[in-house]
Design a binder for this molecule. Structure first.
Ligand SMILES: [Ca+2]
Length: 571
């Protein structure tokens, strides 16, 4: 038998039918994610079921009816648990034999059946086929915690108020959508055999049409276990109470895995394991209730027909496999993106691994997703101020006078120096610097004060007191006109007092070996050795010209006298 649920097939959501046709119900033809649901299956058939009472221990005589509306021709048979041929165990409620087999409670006032569904499911219908007359009062309970606690699902009673304290068939308002009601329907005595009691958890509930948007109803239809309490039997004329029984031949529970709209398939992972959703839309978990690792750019949401709420991968430009969700960033982005990449590799950095690390520059010839998207700056260790270059241009920060992407050469107008501190200096400064060192070498200057004593006096060829009157340039020479005021030591070719030309090499003056000023008087001390012409009076870098001080006159006269006395000849 295909099932007792013929009539309800058309009531199943149309989507189930449509989804069955598509290759992947969770995506449309253009591979866009869409709301999807696993098939509704019969959750009861084949599952073990428990009954609070079962006939046949000890063997009992029970009577049942063979015709739906006629109470008179009933059959009475022995129920004996020890004899399989006449036993009516609870397993007959969920067996595959359908109406052919039947559980019988025996002549008890109350009985119940309990079914563990083997996981959390969303239930669409619960249906019981009776082999006895339907109960006068019965209650359906569900559990969402595997039988630890129970919630009323539906009450059925010909006398609702008396049996369960509830008004019969009260309408369901939006505020009471998650509450059980009591109905007198399906409680009639007839049919005496084969009667049906069915319950659809969503029927009559205002939000049922918007089930995907109603967490209240989503919870309402969710169950792990079902229990049916048979609370009162109808009195049947001609049937004695000790021969009457509750009898159920079939229980069907239509439900589907709770996958939050993210799976169209659901199956047991291993033997004895609860069925698990085969999650799509980058979701994970037994009920697709979280996003897959790395797919956390947006917060998880249940899918709806309007929006599949697919979990979105973090955009890390292929430089990271890990990310976390940041709610502040998500809000700041206008609820678009909240993923933060972790451990960016390939020298990338930033929330989306879309920058280069400090010390690396973007190689714009490669896409940012390339492993070589970031290259080392390679700033010159001497020319650059730091090792960190501009991310986009790659320009290293150069020291003054240094240029080039990596600061590897001197800028125009600059020239390499030999110091790392200032690797390039202005060319003019360079020249001055060169001149200074060259002149220092050239002039052979004796630094410090000159202390004139007899020994030094004797070493010199001549010592004069002269005043400079004028100067003219003459080739490589400066020709001064001097007035020799006194001769304190005379050379071989005598120097006359009075006006005398005085020659100074041009470079000696440029380098400042001699500091001479027209109009001033000097103590001039020199040797003849360097002079190209013994007749000429030449003043050069080996000579001395000290601004004249009158105090020297006396001292020099004394040296002169000592010289005349021959003191210079005896060392
Ligand atoms: Ca059966």
């Amino acid at each position: 038998m295909p099932g007792i649920w013929w009539g309800l097939g058309v009531l199943l959501p149309l989507q189930l039918v449509l989804l069955g046709l598509a290759s992947d119900p969770c995506y449309d033809a253009t591979r866009r994610p869409r709301y999807c649901l696993p098939e509704t299956t019969d959750l009861a058939t084949g599952r073990p079921i428990q009954a609070s009472a079962t006939c046949g221990r000890p063997p009992q005589r029970l009577c049942s009816f063979s015709h739906q509306g006629d109470t008179s021709p009933h059959q009475c048979r022995l129920c004996d648990q020890a004899d399989p041929a006449s036993a009516h165990p609870a397993a007959y409620v969920t067996d595959a034999a359908g109406e052919a087999t039947c559980w019988q409670s025996g002549p008890v006032a109350n009985a119940s059946l309990m079914l563990a569904l083997g996981g959390r499911f969303e239930l669409l219908y619960v249906a019981l086929r009776f082999c006895s007359p339907r109960p006068h009062s019965m209650a359906l309970y569900k559990s969402t915690d595997h039988g630890h606690s129970w919630t009323p699902f539906q009450f059925f009673s010909a006398r609702c108020l008396r049996a369960y304290g509830l008004p019969p068939a009260s309408t369901i308002s939006k505020n009471t959508e998650h509450e059980a009601i009591c109905t007198a329907a399906q409680t009639g005595l007839t049919p005496l055999v084969g009667g049906l009691v069915a319950f659809m958890p969503l029927a009559g509930r205002p939000s049922a049409r918007a089930f995907e948007y109603s967490p209240v109803l989503q919870d309402w239809v969710t169950a792990t276990n079902l229990r049916v309490d048979f609370d009162r039997r109808h009195r049947v004329l001609g049937l004695r109470g000790r021969e009457a029984s509750y009898g159920v031949s079939e229980l069907q529970v239509g439900g589907r895995c709770r996958c939050n709209g993210h799976a169209a398939q659901c199956g047991a992972v291993g033997p004895g394991n609860a069925p698990q959703c085969q999650c799509r839309h980058n979701t994970a978990g037994p009920e697709c209730e979280t996003c897959r690792a790395f797919y956390c750019d947006r917060p998880w949401q249940r899918a709806t027909p309007r929006d599949a709420h697919e979990c979105v991968a973090c955009e890390c430009h292929h430089h990271s496999h890990r990310c976390r969700f940041n709610v502040e960033l998500y809000e700041l982005s206008g609820r678009k993106s909240g993923g933060v990449c972790l451990n960016c590799r390939h020298h990338t950095a930033g929330r989306l691994c879309h920058y280069c690390q400090p010390g690396f520059k973007r190689d714009l010839s490669r896409p940012i997703t390339s492993r070589q998207a970031c290259k080392a700056c390679q700033c010159h260790p001497i020319g650059a101020i730091s090792t960190m270059c501009n991310q986009t241009t790659g320009q290293c920060p150069c020291k003054m006078g240094v240029t080039g992407l990596t600061c590897n050469r001197c800028a125009q107008g600059f020239q390499q120096s030999r110091t790392a501190h200032i690797p390039c200096i202005r060319k003019s400064a360079m020249y001055r610097h060169w001149l200074r060192t060259e002149c220092q070498k050239h002039c052979n200057l004796s630094h410090g004060r000159i202390h004139m004593n007899l020994r030094k006096y004797c070493k010199k060829d001549y010592v004069l007191h002269a005043q400079l009157l004028a100067m003219v340039e003459s080739g490589e020479w400066w020709q001064f006109t001097s007035s020799v005021l006194a001769v304190y030591r005379q050379r071989r070719v005598p120097i006359r007092r009075g006006e005398q030309p005085l020659w100074v090499p041009r470079q000696d003056l440029a380098c400042g070996c001699l500091r001479l000023q027209v109009g001033k008087a000097y103590l001039v001390i020199g040797n003849d050795a360097e002079s190209p012409d013994p007749a000429r009076l030449v003043l050069d870098r080996n000579s001395l010209a000290l601004p004249w001080r009158d105090v020297w006159a006396h001292k020099l006269r004394r040296f002169q006298q000592q010289n005349r006395r021959g003191k210079c000849r005896t060392p």
